[in-house]
Design a protein. Sequence first.
Length: 413
Amino acid sequence: MNALRPDRQAQGRPGSSSDDTRTNDDTQTRGDTQTRGDARIDVVDALRGIALLLILLVNVAFFSSGFAFQLVADPAYGALDRLVAGAVELLFAMKAYLLFSFLFGYSFTLQLDSATRRGAAFGPSFLRRLSGLFVLGALHAVLLFHGDILTTYALLGLALLAVRRIEPRTALFAAAAIVGVIAFVVGLAAVLGATVVPDEAAALAAGARSTEALRGGFGDVILEHLRSLPAMLGGLAVQGPLAFAAFLLGLAAGKHRMLAAVHTHENLLRRCERVGYPVGLAGATVFAVGGGTANLTGLMVSILTAPFLAAAYAATLLRLFTRRPRVANALAPAGRMALTNYLGQSLICVLVFTGVGLGLAGHTSPAQTQLIALTLFVVQAVASSWWIRRYRYGPVEWALRAWTHRKRPAMRR
């Protein structure tokens, strides 16, 4: 349902013991120029900002209607509503969190290098970071959004720490194997006749009850989140391994510092586009037309092809950022504060859609819901730019960093 990565300045959502978007020494190349000290890889932050937007475009449906979590369409939807919802499934579902997970793995390698440069013990600080991330995720899941992925990232981070010395080629093979195994298991379940929604009538009734609960008070919303947690944990049986596969891809890319000099990988980026778009869009079409996650056959196809489309998106965006640095500069602050913005998105969506605030759950069409999400992200991008000009970290990034290092980092620039 979503995804995010932990970090401070370097990240946003789901930090670490170091400056996770820095290069591996005190200088950083940006085209033909170098900056020193607090320099960051802007394209990584900008890409993370876009991933944050795509995650919101997918997740907002779970705030606006209880039917989404039951994997059935609101019976009040018309043809246009279903078309918009299907477009989101086709373009963004199963892709956004893979992109964010890739960036988590990439930034992990930069955190490792930073700790090495400072002569600091990486493991203990990273474990503290993961524990802080887990607590944030648990609170997020209960209080704001039952589709939280921060807790999953915290747990998968333990596995990433364990394999941190893996060779890049081995990491690529392992990622491919994980994707293949998950696709095989889901495909086998489809062949054996298993269904994700065995009783559509019951799912529709549950969707109506869930929507009504979301329009209730804060206590009703929390109870609904708690009721949804078992189903959420079931979904993570697929999402979790795929996120870890993306971690490994990011780890491999990070060990080669591929995003520190994007312009030197133009041919690779073009190949990602030439292969990724046709393969990824074909699979995404099967996924969306088949009913999204509710259809196991379509889900199997998406598991195999979504990484191609996510890679194509990343390639196109990276090429854009290197040619239009101002675009990257505009998006990078949102990516640097991704954890703050991710949690902020959930808080604002609670205030907009649940009875805690405006109570719009069940009263907005998919097109209106997407417009709300886009507006929210634009506001966050502007606010993040204002904040980062004055402060080194986002508020939640600062708190997580303080917990990680057991001291209060300087906030103002």
